[in-house]
Design a protein around this ligand. Structure first.
Ligand SMILES: [Mg+2]
Length: 269
């Protein structure tokens, strides 16, 4: 897909629509991927721009696979809304709301993770329980291919037994309830609630492609622009389904700075 900065007029045109919303994935988009998720930090340049934009746009949203409260803590801007756990929850004005129909899935997630911990013992593997979803990270394993194989052979039957879905993330296997919930459904709920006419979504991973694809449906009452953040680990779907691409968090910093100038009329600082 074309490089965003060669087509900035499209962004300018879109920004004339109001109300306007900005949605951004967190890890890999405004925060460089770190060896463990606990070590990841949001780029201060991105934070500065987002905090200005949050005061001027109809809504600015951080979207993450992390729990919503953790996403809020990581970004640190109270004026933003945070969609967490790939769409299963959100943080708004100090409280966390779950999607309806969650039932006893947190207990099932925990049970499957406990079982997996017993079955797989590979150095570097991290089992992360996020409440409504879980991630099994193999980034730190010496032989990642073998680690992924071990996870996949152990997880299939357990997930079926617990009625959970298995999906792939960046160097991680994700477990989640089988509800029709994704970053896409959560983003669209907010678009409807805020009656947005225009929106931008920034993301770097497969779960973000759900939003990209949803933006491109026919007959929507709003116009959405999907920006793919590409790097060494980018899956082809991100590049294929994005309207435009940028290269890594460094380009996102530049993009958000330009957005501030467009929206506010002057730089953030
Ligand atoms: Mg990401």
């Amino acid at each position: 897909m074309p490089y965003l900065f060669d087509h900035f007029d499209s962004v300018r045109e879109l920004l004339s629509l109001a109300p306007f919303g900005l949605f951004t994935d967190i890890d890999g988009t405004i925060s460089v991927i770190a060896p463990s998720s606990a070590e990841a930090r949001v780029s201060p340049v991105c934070r500065e721009s987002l905090s200005v934009l949050a005061k001027h746009l109809a809504v600015v949203v951080g979207v993450s696979g992390r729990p919503a409260a953790e996403a809020r803590k990581m970004v640190g801007i109270d004026e933003m809304v945070y969609i967490g756990n790939h769409g299963y929850e959100r943080w708004v004005g100090g409280g966390v709301e779950l999607v309806p129909g969650v039932g006893d899935y947190p207990a099932r997630i925990k049970a499957v993770l406990d079982e997996l911990r017993k079955l797989i013992s590979i150095e570097g593997m991290i089992f992360e329980n996020k409440g409504l979803t879980a991630s099994i990270h193999y980034r730190r394993c010496r032989d990642r291919e073998a680690a992924l194989k071990a996870i996949m052979s152990a997880v299939g039957g357990l997930a079926r037994a617990g009625d959970l879905r298995v999906s792939m993330g960046k160097m991680a296997v994700e477990l989640r309830p089988p509800l029709e919930v994704s970053k896409g459904t959560a983003v669209f709920s907010l678009i409807r609630e805020h009656r947005l006419s225009g929106a931008i979504y920034l993301g770097d991973d497969l779960t973000d492609v759900d939003v990209f694809v949803a933006f491109h449906q026919r007959g929507l009452p709003f116009k959405g622009l999907a920006i793919g953040v590409v790097g060494e680990e980018t899956v082809p779907q991100v590049t294929r389904q994005a309207d435009f691409t940028v290269n890594g968090v460094g380009d996102v910093e530049q993009f958000l700075k330009r957005l501030v100038v467009e929206v506010v009329g002057r730089p953030a600082s």
